[in-house]
Design a protein around this ligand. Sequence first.
Ligand code: AMP
Ligand code: ZN
Length: 135
Amino acid sequence: MDDCLFCKIIRSELPSHKIYEDEKVLVILDINPWTRGHCLVFPKKHIRNIFEADTNTLSHLILAAQKISLLVKEKLGAEGINILQNNNRLAGQIVDHIHFHIIPRYKDNSLQISHSTDYQGNDLKEVVKLLTGNR
Ligand code: AMP
Ligand code: ZN
């Protein structure tokens, strides 16, 4: 897409810190990293988000995400990794070109990814019914 930020990076119309590239996938450092080595893994094909992704592209993306996770673990000494993937504005998607965040975690880093919610989870049976059609 002409005005897509990541498509511009793929076409080298914008600078980036490239970490890995193959025929289908590009991996760059996030410009506003949450931790050291925070990477973004995205396809060279413009796909908006998970709802629109094809099987082949998704397979390549998740395998690249694993490759980068192992790389970051080995080379940067990350002791854990969070993989985050946002879809639509409500979920925090800012760049409308599907991407996985690879967020390395280090012992002494202050990053908090917390589970804090006002949803009590007291309608699980109803949710199962809605999602599966079963009681
Ligand atoms: P999301 O909120 O999941 O759409 O994430 C978009 C991410 O892209 C954010 O973490 C931004 O910091 C990152 N970002 C925005 N512009 C650039 C850029 N030019 N190069 C690298 N990362 C970027
Ligand atoms: Zn794009």
